[in-house]
Ligand binder design. Sequence first.
Ligand code: SF4
Length: 446
Amino acid sequence: MKAAIYTFGCKQNYAESSALARQLEQLGYAIVPFGDDADVVVVNTCTVTETADRECHKIVRRALRRSPHAAIVVTGCYAQLHPEAIARMDGVRLVVGNAEKHALGELLERALTTDRPIVECSDDLRSRDVAFVPAAFSEHDSRTRAFLKLQDGCDYSCSFCTIPHARGKSRSMPFDEISHHVERLTKAGYREIVLTGINLGEYRSPTGERLLDVLELLVSLDLGCRFRLSSVEPNRMHPDIVEFIAEHPQVCPHFHMPLQSGSPEILRRMRRRYKRELYAERVHRIKELMPHACIGADVLTGFPGETDRHFEETYAFIASLPISYLHVFTYSERERTDAAHYHDRVPLRVRKERTARLRQLGENKRRDFYQSNVGVRLTVLVESYDVAAGGWVGYSENYCRVVVPDATEGEAVEVAIERFDGALLRAAAHSTRPSQPHYIALPVVA
Ligand code: SF4
């Protein structure tokens, strides 16, 4: 029996797909790449944008074209919010909500014995306590970097966001389980562990530990691997976290802080929990302590009521800050959000124009940031040989893609950056750090 998994969305979803793959393996399924003939196809969905919703329908149709007799299982955030609509799609045998994902194996066995699609999806996760389910994954082209889910759900109520409905209340991995998971990953050969969460800055273990306690624990384990934070809200990127990272090279100087808008009015309407002054303060403090730190930001264009003046405020605010890259998203109306009911919608054409302008600004910032690393010594975790780049490629601690002339996969090498070729940083011959990775693959999904 064969099963394939297709995953949309964030690193969290990928980590959870890895856990789904393990459940399927326990039932005796061999995991095959999506697109191969399979008896079961699991689609792990996302609902961040309208496009993500549409893509889910497309992928289900594509899966059925390849494997017309496959049982289709749809889970994830889109499934959580629209279970009945998904159950009506051709070929769908099972719809599993986010709170029920951990029981996928059991549910699948039941679904395969009935003719009608089964929908197992709890209502309104915001009002229920949902257990934290740990998960980890690594990208299929790399055995060097693993993503470990530490937190799930969100208690905030940003007016544009459906995530709290789709994932429920904030919950976190128990503090005393963290070292077990991290040791397992390092024993499997991973040299970098990215800590992920839906709202990672809200990590709070059942025994009260917070994100800084996690970092202190990880550094104290002394496992010879480095750690990286995924996205942390600016209001949660406390100065003590920034100072700790500045003092501990085991934690990468890479900060991804969602901004969403640089206009005070729009930030208020979005119900974000910070003012732009706080954002700027965080950015400057990071750069003061770590001049080569990488700082990334998410921005949303075309939020209802965003006038040209608001947009120009955002543009000028970002332009004035030493931000290293941008992830720019175009606002789309999402059901169950307050913003969907705001009447002052921005025409689609204008939203797209603003997205294009900010993407260009983001690209300029990325290039400036890369250029600023020429002459700096960085530690690159080598992932793979890239024929087009003509060398070994990996990420530096400050999240630059670097080409190293001679290395081996999984090596951490300290290099001097010679030049920026317009796309990647180019390193001179390196001095290698001791490195004997021992590879035991974790379940990895496409
Ligand atoms: S912080 Fe806001 S945008 Fe982020 S998941 Fe929570 S509600 Fe959504």
